[in-house]
Ligand binder design. Structure first.
Ligand code: DGY
Length: 321
């Protein structure tokens, strides 16, 4: 009987995923969760038939070119795959897969948590209480922004964007969206389509960023586009930090042009722009959009399903290269 393929798992993953990987592959695990990048990542891949990576490892053209010949497939434990040079992978014949669908609900839940939390100043309120600064109930204190009836603009109406829209409708929000193409009516579900973001931004109270990070969306939210938002608008980002220009968002929060922001992702994370930490009207969480046990397990199983299909000689369901 042929031996199970050798699978390098780059990071520590939840136990059920590692157990399945160890059952079906000769799995090289990383129990101490050491970060391997560049040449160290290449060195660690020696002898592997496939790699199960996270979005924290960069597979740029250089790393892909240096990978041992034995590595045939790269499954990422993420829906986003901007950390992988897909063109370089294609050129080398490296099969690449991601994990769409399974994290849409968890990520949309977090977008709503940030939306509501930023609107209602949840972190400022919690900090006041924990730091023993709550003197007494004050009618004029910690006043936030009402969500009911407000206009939510969603940038990127894919699976996650639509899950955000579905939840926001439960709060009686009016949904607008900007997407590369208009959705069919049943997916649009009454939302207003805007071909151009510039047309959408002046008419919304909340902006939720849910598009992929691409060269086209890099620094989408810049000073010019923030200026188009109404004063007091609120920005939520659960997609990727690179979509926001921090040098534009931070001053807009400091000046009060924007009432608040709820951010799960940051350019250069985990080394975020330190100015964010000084801003009271920014609700910040550390890239936890998919962080439920159910979702993380589903992501791992989906990544393994893709690898299983590849090694069974089938087309993996979520192939992106
Ligand atoms: C994703 O799946 O892209 C999440 O952001 C985790 O990286």
């Amino acid at each position: 009987m042929a031996e199970n393929p050798i699978l390098l798992v780059t990071r520590l993953l939840p136990p059920d995923i590692e157990a399945r990987a160890a059952r079906d592959y000769q799995a090289i695990l990383n129990p101490d969760d050491v970060q391997y990048d560049g040449p160290a990542l290449v060195e660690r891949s020696a002898g592997a038939d496939a790699i199960l990576t996270c979005s924290t490892e960069r597979f740029d053209a250089e790393v892909i070119a240096a990978l041992p010949e034995s590595v045939k497939a790269l499954a990422t434990f993420s829906v986003g795959y901007e950390h992988i040079d897909v063109e370089a992978a294609k050129a080398r014949g490296l099969v690449v897969t991601n994990t769409p669908d399974v994290l849409s609900n968890a990520t949309a839940d977090l977008a709503m948590l940030l939306l509501l939390g930023a609107a209602r100043r949840a972190h400022e309120s919690a900090a006041m209480l924990r730091e023993n600064r709550w003197g007494r109930w004050v009618a004029t204190e910690l006043l936030g922004t009402e969500v009911t009836g407000k206009r939510l603009g969603i940038l990127g109406m894919g699976r996650i964007g639509r899950a955000v829209a579905q939840r926001a409708r439960g709060f009686d929000m009016e949904i607008h969206y900007c997407n590369r193409s208009r959705l069919p009516q049943e997916l649009e579900a009454g939302a207003t389509y805007h071909e151009d973001a510039e047309e959408m931004l002046p008419g919304i109270d909340f902006l939720s960023i849910n598009c992929p990070a691409t060269p086209e969306t890099r620094h989408f939210l810049n000073a010019e586009r923030i200026a188009l938002l109404p004063d007091g608008a609120i920005v939520i980002n659960t997609a990727r930090g690179t979509i926001v220009d921090d040098d534009a968002l931070i001053p807009a929060l400091q000046s009060g042009k924007l009432a608040a922001a709820g951010l799960d992702v940051f350019e250069g994370e985990p080394d975020i722009d330190p100015r964010y930490l000084e801003i009271e009207n920014a609700l910040l969480v550390p890239h936890i959009g998919s962080a439920t046990l159910e979702t993380r397990n589903a992501m791992g199983f989906r990544a393994l399903d893709n690898l299983d299909a590849y090694f069974a000689g089938q087309e993996p369901g979520d192939r992106v290269a």
